[in-house]
Design a protein around this ligand. Sequence first.
Ligand SMILES: C[S@@+](CC[C@H](N)C(=O)[O-])C[C@H]1O[C@@H](n2cnc3c(N)ncnc32)[C@H](O)[C@@H]1O
Length: 269
Amino acid sequence: MTSQTDAVGGKYDQFAQAGTTEALGGNIHAGYWDSGAEHVPMAAATDRLTDLVGERLALRPGDRVLDVGCGNGFPAMRIAGTHDVHVTGITVSQQEVDRATELAAGSDRVAFRLADAASLPGDLGTFDAVFAIESLLHLPDQASALARLRRLVRPGGRLVVADLCQREPFTGAGEAVLAGMIRTLEIAGINSELEHRASLQKAGWDLLELLDIGENVRPSYEQAAAAFRRIADSAPPFAAADIITAAELMAAFGENPSSGYVLITARRP
Ligand SMILES: C[S@@+](CC[C@H](N)C(=O)[O-])C[C@H]1O[C@@H](n2cnc3c(N)ncnc32)[C@H](O)[C@@H]1O
């Protein structure tokens, strides 16, 4: 692990201990709402996003799948159960490994370990498919990481990425919001759609589909901000200030029309 990934892991450890995951309903990612379905609660909407990722992996029963940046294990568990596959989840947060392992207790299809996507351990194995939900934005060199992941996936196997994106460069007040997100959430950067495409191409993946689902996920930011504000008072002192700052930044990010969200499907040639 590098000092950069230690910092990311430390941040997720801190947020896990402060109860942010429970506040979000388990998953640590955006929800997806079909238009007119705003009444659907956040936990169901985040599962819906996981389902959109799972559907695009083109899985067959028994397949081996890698979850890059697995959080507390909710997406891996859901995809393993829905598609009857084996999932290995990696994260740089020991707190998350512990929580995910507890969640998967008794399952012989899902396992979690501490590992850095920027420096993958040699004994991880090979996979039929890989997915990354809101984790690539923490990596300073996404193209190199995506190239290493490609080498772990069989020819024809899929990669699905769900991640934030900038539709237009954030300017004015938006620039400060972006800088705050980068600092507070230990993000390396938020790509434009073109940067996402370029990283995939450089890493040798064939792009099959790139959707901007920014409007479907937009309610997430205000809901996540509200959930963070609710727990801020009872959060441990080492995390309280960051939780309040993160809440305000997420709300502002969601209000900015330049904030998009990509759902990318690619294939190993
Ligand atoms: C926003 S959370 C998403 C968690 C999970 N994918 C979900 O949707 O619930 C980002 C995740 O990426 C992980 N992560 C960040 N940098 C990483 C790296 N270099 N290698 C592996 N995981 C990383 C974090 O530890 C965290 O689990």
